[in-house]
Design a protein. Sequence first.
Length: 556
Amino acid sequence: MKFKKIFSAAMAVTLAGTLLAACGNNNTNSEPSGTASTGSGTGSKQEMVMNYRADPPALDVSIAESAASFTILGAISEGLYRLDKDMNPQPALAAELPTISEDGLTYTIKLRDGLVWADGSPLTAKDFVYSYQRTLDPATKASYAFILTWLKGGQAVQDAKTPEELKKAQENLGVKALDDKTLEITLDIPRAYFTAQLAFLNYYPQKQEFVEAQGDKSGADADKVLGAGPFVLTKWDHEQQLVLEKNPKYWDAANVKLDKVTLNIVKDTATGLNLYESNKTDYADIKGDQMKPYEGKTELHRKSELVTGYLNFQQSKVPAFANAKVRQALSMAIDRQGLVDVVLKNGSVASTGYVPNGNSDGNGQEFRKVVGDTEVAFDAAKAKTLLAEGLAEAGVASLPQVSIIGDDTETGKKMLEFLVSQWKTNLGITVLAEPLPHATRLERELSKNYSIVSTLWGADYNDPMTWLDMYVSGGPFNTQDWKNAKYDELIKAAQKELDTKVRAEKMHEAEKILLEEAAVFPLYFRSSPFLIKDKVQGLILPPYGPDFELKWASVK
């Protein structure tokens, strides 16, 4: 998470799809897992049934790290601001937009009157202070804590080694409750897009008493989640179904029209389409030939997303992957166009870099158009030569037995099969495909327990930095353990640079290094088609962030 003058350009991204609105996210490969539990998608009640692609790994504001978690938490919780259909921040728990000091560092924010948690207890400015401190606390091990290091003293909290250091750092952290209804946030450097960032998950409040009572089970089940958003989670059958019901204590409950939303975890699109056509769901993701009967109809919606599907090669676990030529060879041996045409068939396009199409460069232009194609080109013959050279340089005769992990969805499995086939055909090497439930794949990836991983990243905000700072040496999402001193230098300089043109140039150069070394291998820029019943109105499908926004949705 990071931005600058950037977010204004970020807002310019148009929504693809109609009705509907977007974070970084580690996302799933396509669909999720589990079996569908039927519900009523018919009648005049304000109830909606949806197919959903993944069971959330955790519904805890500090430790959530997947789009599934962000999406559900966005429905049951809320921040100071909420992004509308145009991705502009609107006052949510805050009564109005912030007052910002002349130097751009201090934000003074007034909360609404009478705010309460879903359990009826008061919500105050202190709940934000606790939340930010908890996320930054090294003991929490929050993957997204780096987003809060933008606060003055945030890095010092992250770096604290003793209880004494932690207490002192938290006391000096740039977030204060001036009174129950007034929050003051001080940044390390000016960030012109920060107001919009206050809509992001990790800036939500948390009730200390409730969270501490849950211990390490916080966010693990429906009764271990507490929010102050439009809905409450009343049922959570893992890998099966989640049920959201309207929160009568929500400050804006009068404008929340849906009384109930049932989310069925559906593993494959064929099952989902059957549920849709038999009127057992109002929302389903589809692909390929499934779209043909709906072409030209109002039920078909397409969403171009700020999401890149890519591969990571774990260099510590497989030392041969520390050789750039070996990584380049495995990357060069994959026909990305074949992947989107044969496997995805959903409107996704073959990647031409890591930062996807539509992403601002923070200087008023589209990053991809300015930088051009930085991708490792498909060339099977050259890949074979590079592999031999790389293995020789690494001092090994052949690549050891390796596996590739990915999500165990219909599309996820087919993707793994395609990749394994490409390496066998074009390089003569055998790679074991290992499809896993989404939460397991995510845990394996973040703990670096893999050889190769097929994964995705979705923007946390519309700026290249949400993609590029992942690969700074030692970063929480640099799970492949790649290091490059020049890359680190460029990213750290860009993070502090206030001149948007110079900043953009540094990020352009950084991405070129990332791709030249095949530190990460992008496969495709994701586009997702959906079927949505015409009776569903006001549902927002953001280009980044949560998969959907339910607050303003209704059933006609």
